[in-house]
Design a protein. Structure first.
Length: 156
């Protein structure tokens, strides 16, 4: 991952969101919670679970320490207000564009991994395979983002 630059405040912004999916049957809901660095577009943390504050807390704990001082932009889901530090959190609507990158990433996930499409014949038969396919997708996505970042911003 590209580490945040403390001298560049725009590097210290995270966008967080959750996306719905399922395992085996639609009644077996799995919420994928994500944190994305706004500057590099890399996914810095991911957690699968329900839509509770406890899962949100797991996401916050999964955020690397180098990103923990970042300002976080989320939607108005109440779990974020319960977990994220008050001075580092801004809840905003989609119309503001403050969560546009993570919302776009959710669409990319649904386009590229058939098991994340809402109406599909492709689905995960186990939670482990659901999570494994997601993590492999994120790993490849982050690798490609890092290559592009270093091509556009070569180290001095």
């Amino acid at each position: 991952m590209v580490p945040p630059d403390p001298m560049k405040p725009e590097m210290n912004c995270l966008e967080m969101d959750e996306v719905w999916s399922f395992v085996l049957k639609k009644v077996n809901k799995v919420w994928v919670w994500l944190a994305m660095c706004r500057a590099t577009r890399q996914i810095v943390a991911v957690v699968c679970g329900d839509r509770s504050a406890e899962t949100c807390r797991k996401l916050w704990e999964a955020v690397p320490k180098t990103y923990r001082k970042s300002h976080c932009f989320t939607d108005f889901w109440e779990a974020y207000q319960k977990v994220l530090p008050e001075g580092q959190h801004t809840a905003c609507g989609k119309e503001t564009g403050m969560t546009a990158h993570i919302e776009r990433w959710n669409n990319t996930l649904r386009q590229r991994l058939a098991r994340f499409v809402r109406k599909t014949l492709s689905f995960s038969k186990s939670f482990e395979m659901h999570q494994a396919s997601l993590l492999l997708f994120i790993h490849r996505y982050n690798r490609d983002c890092a290559r592009l970042w270093f091509r556009l911003h070569p180290p001095s």
